[in-house]
Design a protein around this ligand. Structure first.
Ligand code: NAD
Ligand code: INS
Length: 354
């Protein structure tokens, strides 16, 4: 079977990372087009991944590791509709996802959409409904932790029933730093959204209520930004989860969680890789960011998505998962603003999906 031809929309940190992985590590796919309003960035990437041929304003000629040229297409919607693009990766900022997702659905193109699905529950639900009308799943959401071997092992352990019924999930999610312009609600929508998905997935239940607390902020953020945040999720099956999200921790990237069940607990993300002893000190390395910690998870996520698209399927978090997470985050932002627990307003799945 011929390679799936991939177009990437948005080639900042995540889009460029996915581009590299398609070209260098993923089989059965080939990068054919990129689009970014920062055209210089798109041109540089296209030239680099096409093997250094001239960009010429539209196409980087010359065969490289990708085995072909990568075309720069100015308008993201034109990339989605381009005949040479079989499937799309959306790595644009969240505010651009809704319009670009609708374009993918209109053109019948499978799409791996980075989280968040969209910026709010209403538009996410519209996406779910539009996909459902087509009668085939085209959207997979980039909740990559589901593909991380440690998270996957934890899921398998909990599902095996060996530890009994899961009761609690404790999560820690720390980033080294976030750029200026990072606002309090983005900590919920862009960062905590991962724990929202993890809790729903690991415990197999929707989240029905969320409370987001904010202690006195770190001195590392501008006035008015609430960082860190501490949230409690109440799940429909009676379990609970808590999460600390701290996106200006200064030290490095740290993601871990402990599940507590009736007959035992299990912890992942301790980062106990290589431990060194040198010059009066011992220890390991703290990853700089998500691209280091979840490198393998992204590889597995994208490879499985490519393989599934070849079969006309998706193999990972669905548009519904993206919508459910958006609904929880919307309630979380309301809770952050009010200081009160907020019930999650989630449409009935059977009514929406039949
Ligand atoms: N799964 C993860 O762990 C993970 C990690 C990082 C980012 N993300 C997600 O990936 C997406 C991109 O994040 P990032 O960190 O790469 O951001 P970034 O700011 O580094 O890159 C975003 C890129 O999109 C471009 N862009 C801006 N508006 C656009 C538009 N309308 N259409 C197309 N491109 C546009 C920008 O010029 C920039 O190059 C976001 O949805 C983010 O939440 C996911
Ligand atoms: O967009 C990023 C990404 O989703 C990372 O996985 C998360 O750790 C960051 O907090 C977030 O800003």
């Amino acid at each position: 079977m011929s390679d799936l031809r991939i177009g990437i929309v948005g080639v900042g940190a995540m889009g460029a990372d996915h581009a590299e992985r398609i070209v260098r590590r993923i089989s059965g796919a080939r990068l054919v087009a990129v689009s970014d309003p920062d055209t210089a960035r798109a041109e540089e990437l296209a030239v680099r991944l096409s093997g250094g041929g001239p960009a010429g304003g539209s196409a980087a000629a010359g065969a490289g590791a990708a085995g072909g040229a990568v075309r720069v297409i100015g308008d993201p919607l034109e990339l989605v509709g381009a005949r040479e693009v079989d499937a799309v990766i959306l790595a644009s900022p969240g505010f651009a996802h809704a319009e670009q997702l609708f374009a993918c659905l209109e053109h019948g193109k499978p799409v791996l959409c980075e989280k968040p699905l969209t910026m709010d529950a209403a538009s996410s639900l519209q996406v779910v409904e539009a996909e459902h009308k087509l009668g085939k799943p085209l959207i997979q959401v980039g909740f990559m932790r589901r593909f991380d071997p440690e998270y996957a092992a934890l899921k398998q352990l909990l599902d095996s029933g060996e530890l009994g019924r899961p009761l609690l999930l404790h999560n820690v999610h720390r980033n080294k730093a976030n750029g200026p312009g990072f606002r309090s609600e983005m900590i919920v929508r862009d960062s905590m959204v991962h724990e929202v998905d993890v809790a729903r997935w690991l415990f197999g239940s929707e989240i029905s209520r969320i409370t987001v607390h904010a202690p006195k902020p770190t001195g590392a953020v501008p006035d008015g930004v609430l960082d860190p945040q501490f949230a409690v999720f109440e799940l429909a099956n009676g379990a609970m989860a808590d999460v600390e999200v701290f996106v200006n921790f200064q030290v490095g990237y740290e993601v871990r969680c402990e599940a507590v069940a009736e007959r035992g607990s299990a912890t992942i993300g301790l980062g106990s890789g290589v431990v060194t002893r040198a010059a009066g000190h011992w220890g390991g390395a703290v990853p700089e960011d998500f691209r280091v910690r979840f490198d393998l998870a992204y590889d597995i996520e994208v490879q499985r998505w490519i393989d599934a698209v070849g079969r006309g399927e998706i193999d990972g978090p669905s548009a519904w998962d993206g919508y459910a997470a958006a609904a929880v985050c919307e309630a979380g932002i309301a809770s952050l603003n009010s200081g009160q627990p907020v019930a999650v307003d989630l449409a009935d799945r059977r009514t929406v999906l039949g």
